[in-house]
Design a protein around this ligand. Structure first.
Ligand SMILES: [Zn+2]
Length: 302
């Protein structure tokens, strides 16, 4: 039995995919760039063709997607950023193309597959309870409990919408003062702008971290404050679940070293039981590959 697993990560501008053995040995990976208005059938045909180029023997397929899923029917309920996926039975469309039973094709939310990827072949390896936090435009989360992805009734792990201050800025989720309004890449840019620091666009976030690393006080202070807000959010996770391993990824995750003093302070201030010295805060290792690698692991979930 040496069939490959195919992992597929559907994003806004590209579909990343790869083939991997059950042992974790990666066979190959590639990507399909999407035009401005992708057609689902065409994109899936092309994805299948690329997958067969990676391996001729395919045993199962896993897909990570942004949005709300109906896992029973394998349908994307809503995907505000990728409307071409909405109300489409992605699982069955793929099962037909790959000649697999629908049970061999699994769909999962993109934050969750990234968490599975980091758990399987990345920074989370060897830990049973892990929260993977993705600092991007928003803040995504994927929760691993007892070596298994935990989705609750379907939406667990949304760490970006833990509330730090109910009187804080409005959030896209309809609430106010959510963590992602303080510690996402977009929030960091907004906060830098408010202080007239040179980080007015996403490219400059790197510069912000560089200046902080060189000891420039305004940048260092800002990243420490943002880190502290993130630490306050993580402390709530510690209080509820006693998760002690956090893997931080996403574009803004590259500033982890500069965020770290603040994260530690925030955790120390808000976590019950003084567990902060036992917490592990690790940089994600797989970068943009985490999604497809984790998607290839979906078949192992019950
Ligand atoms: Zn929110």
């Amino acid at each position: 039995m040496n069939e490959a697993r195919i992992g597929i990560d559907v994003g806004g501008t590209a579909i990343k995919l790869g083939a991997v053995h059950a042992s974790g040995e990666i066979i190959g990976e590639t990507q399909l760039d999407l035009g401005p208005q992708p057609k689902l059938e065409q994109a899936l045909d092309e994805t299948m063709r690329l997958a067969h180029g990676l391996s001729r023997e395919i045993g199962c397929v896993g897909v990570g997607l942004p949005g709300l899923l109906d896992r029973e029917s394998g349908t994307v309920e809503a995907s505000p950023n990728l409307p071409w996926l909405e109300k489409r039975a992605v699982r069955d469309l793929l099962a037909v193309r790959f000649g697999l039973a629908p049970s061999k094709v699994r769909l999962e939310n993109d934050g969750n597959v990234a968490a599975l990827g980091e758990l399987w072949l990345g920074a989370g390896r060897g830990n049973s309870h892990v929260l993977v936090v993705t600092l991007g435009t928003g803040i995504g989360g994927g929760l691993i409990l007892n070596d298994m992805l935990y989705i609750g009734e379907g939406l667990a792990g949304e760490v970006g919408h833990l509330v730090l201050d109910p009187r804080g800025p409005r959030c896209g989720c309809g609430g106010s003062g959510c963590l992602e309004q303080y510690a996402s890449a977009s929030a960091a840019i907004r906060r830098a702008k408010l202080r007239e620091l040179p980080a007015g666009d996403p490219g400059n976030l790197k510069r912000l971290a560089q200046l902080a690393a060189q000891g420039s006080a305004p940048e260092r202070d800002l990243l420490e404050e943002i880190g502290c807000d993130l630490g306050h959010g993580l402390a709530q996770v510690v209080s509820l679940l006693d998760v002690r391993t956090f893997v931080i990824g996403g574009g803004f995750g590259a500033a982890l070293e500069q965020l770290m003093p603040g994260i530690r302070r925030g955790l120390d201030e808000w976590s019950y039981g003084k567990r902060v010295e036992h917490l592990r805060i690790l940089p994600a290792e797989l970068g943009a590959r985490a999604g497809w690698i984790g998607a290839a692991r979906l078949v192992d979930l019950p």
